[in-house]
Design a protein around this ligand. Structure first.
Ligand SMILES: Nc1ncnc2c1ncn2[C@@H]1O[C@H](COP(=O)(O)OP(=O)(O)O)[C@@H](O)[C@H]1O
Ligand SMILES: Cc1ncsc1CCOP(=O)(O)O
Ligand SMILES: [Mg+2]
Length: 258
């Protein structure tokens, strides 16, 4: 979806959010023009999935008792033809790998958004991490391409270098904005943006637009403020103010085709 279409249609984005960052995630969906709703009650899922344009599942603070419910949520979204985005926070930790693997086995995930270490887990490639953060180095283009081939999902790998791949087509945005890594929740919010932009139909182009939106808002915010507290507020303002033509220009200028 284009920014103007998001503002016009106000896609409803259903977030099975972690309990660390839901307020920030909801605001990011709101300022871009979408409409957020958070829920984790099984009884509400059929109604909410029917009403939603996208379902974003964040496994950051899953309890095991929530796994079957989340699988049910993804299956309901699959049957209703709604896009499912997965944010597999720290999936490389063995006790976190098993439930994510179970979800992937029992439901279809359209898009996986994670940092390089999280995506490397799906590609079966070693990549250093510490908790929620990717700390290592590697060929992120190869990791994204392989993860896409292994999962059948569009991969949105984030970091200094963002890579979007479906295994055949690969797009890269290589822009360094260190302040984007200073606030917990930027990745969660990016996953929600990806749901918002793919609310009409799932595509590499919509996923790229979402990744470019966060990156460009980060570039603009970091030109104005230099510290994390001001940055997170400025980031929300830049997302709110972002214009279609500047996003198109940024994509033309910064996207490399792998
Ligand atoms: N060093 C960096 N330079 C530029 N952008 C970054 C950097 N680190 C993270 N980002 C951006 O921050 C957002 C969140 O990505 P990331 O930090 O990888 O997610 P997570 O918080 O899940 O680990 C993405 O938009 C990504 O492009
Ligand atoms: C700290 C933390 N612990 C479990 S989920 C979470 C938030 C992760 O947020 P992000 O991956 O967007 O930085
Ligand atoms: Mg994350």
């Amino acid at each position: 979806m284009k920014l103007s279409e998001i503002k016009d249609k106000k896609p409803l984005v259903f977030n099975y959010a972690n309990y660390v960052t839901p307020q920030f995630v909801a605001n990011v969906i709101n300022v871009i023009g979408g409409s957020p709703i958070m829920a984790r009650e099984l009884e509400e899922f059929p109604d909410l999935v029917t009403a939603s344009d996208a379902v974003v599942i964040n496994s950051g603070t899953w309890r095991r008792s929530e796994l079957l419910e989340t699988i049910k949520l993804a299956q309901l979204a699959n049957h209703a033809g709604k896009v499912v985005v997965l944010d597999p926070v720290a999936v490389g930790i063995p006790s976190r790998s098993r439930p994510v693997a179970a979800l992937m086995a029992d439901a279809h995930v359209d898009i996986i958004r994670g940092n390089a270490a999280e995506i490397a887990w799906f590609a079966d490639i070693d990549f250093a991490s510490q908790g929620i953060d990717a700390t290592g180095n590697g060929d992120v283009e190869k990791i994204a391409r392989l993860a896409a081939k292994k999962t059948g999902a569009i991969i949105a790998l984030s970091g200094k270098t963002d890579v979007i791949s479906d295994g055949q087509t690969t797009k890269i945005i290589d822009v360094d904005v260190p302040l984007l890594a200073t606030n917990v929740g930027t990745g969660d919010a990016l996953s929600a943006l990806i749901g918002t932009f793919n609310g009409d139909s799932v595509s590499i182009e919509n996923t790229l637009r979402a990744m470019a939106t966060m990156k460009l808002a980060g570039v603009k915010a970091s030109e104005k403020v230099k510290t994390p507290g001001f940055f997170v507020n400025q980031l929300l303002d830049e997302l709110f103010l972002l214009q279609e033509d500047e996003l198109d220009a940024f994509i033309n200028r910064e996207v490399n085709h792998g």
